[in-house]
Design a protein around this ligand. Sequence first.
Ligand code: PGU
Length: 410
Amino acid sequence: MVKRNINIARLRAGYLFPEIARLRREFAELHPDAKIISMGVGNTTEPIMPHIAEGLIEGARRLKYAETYSGYADEGLAELRERISGVYYKNMFGINEIFISDGSKCDIGRLQIMFGSEVKIAVQDPSYPVYVDGSVIAGAAGREKSECETGDCDTSAGYSGIKYLPCTPENKYFPDLSKIENNSIIYFCSPNNPTGAVASKHQLAALVAAALRTGSIIVYDAAYSEYIRDAALPKTIYEIPDAEKCAIEVNSFSKSAGFTGVRLGWSVVPAELRFAEGESVNSDWSRVSATIFNGASNIAQYGGLAALDTEGQNEIREMTGFYLENARLIREALKTLKINCIGGDNSPYIWAHFPGRDSWDVFAELLEKYHIVTTPGSGFGPAGESFIRFSAFGHRAAVKEACMRLISRK
Ligand code: PGU
């Protein structure tokens, strides 16, 4: 028989969010009358706004007629790529440096295939689980703890090939960059999932300097950039000079325009970015994309075009504003309970601290006592222990109800 891929066997548990969905289902079966409120997975709940929805409808309509029908469009509509460059990057990039995707998670997976199994990985700890789990699947995480009992490799944080960079209250959720080893792929997410922390320009400048110094490539995940309201905070890594020499950026319409189910995103792979021997990263990315990806839905891309004109941008602001108001309500409730938390001001996640407690115990308590589903911090990495992530994606009435339960049943 075919042998199982050793890298799949190296994954330590099921993917975090389906695990949580399973626990929720089990609880619901035992307590059929419980009105469970989800503050777990970051999944959008509000309908797509009218102008952007019209863009999607127009995309579908065009497929109905010979004059406007289109088939494969591998790298994405040129107009969409131009508009992304204009709206997000002050036209800093040509269309050949912007690749349309079916979402940033999918592009992260393909980037992991491009980088292969021989690279070293550095991640913020805690972090979006795809950076670590995807690296494990791609074979880049090295050996798992149980394979290293002889002590010949350092797996203190889980895997021999992954460097965890703790982001804790002590370092104000910005990692010690001196821990980054030479020639690493550095995953960096800001606004951060799960902590909600947003890196300042000064901090990102330090990150870019560290990447250039160590010959590393940053994979900068800006999926929540539209949640930034503080004008002093950078929305893209490319606000930092020389980032185009060391960084790829992934982004998405999921959390800004409510496209979690529509599927549309993009990646910026600058022409200047080079591998060790001077080979173009952009060319390799084109090669990988053309081979294992056939482009994003053209319906979705018309939605994306609408999202990027003036009206669409106003709708994105309104939509993200709605979830930010949810976040404010959650923060206020936690404050009333004297629970320390960060995030939620320029991000849809609130990171709440329960010192000395096991994250999964707190998760279970919130579910059993308040019928609220959250995400245990340790699911995002060892430094997430004793934290809980609250997601602000939800209907207003549900968020208010959850806050009321927390406050009144304390
Ligand atoms: N990047 C970050 C940092 C994310 O948090 C998420 C979604 C994505 C990318 C995925 O974006 P797409 O463009 O839609 O692919 N994170 C959610 C959903 C869970 C998941 O598995 O993606 C979350 O709850 O963390």
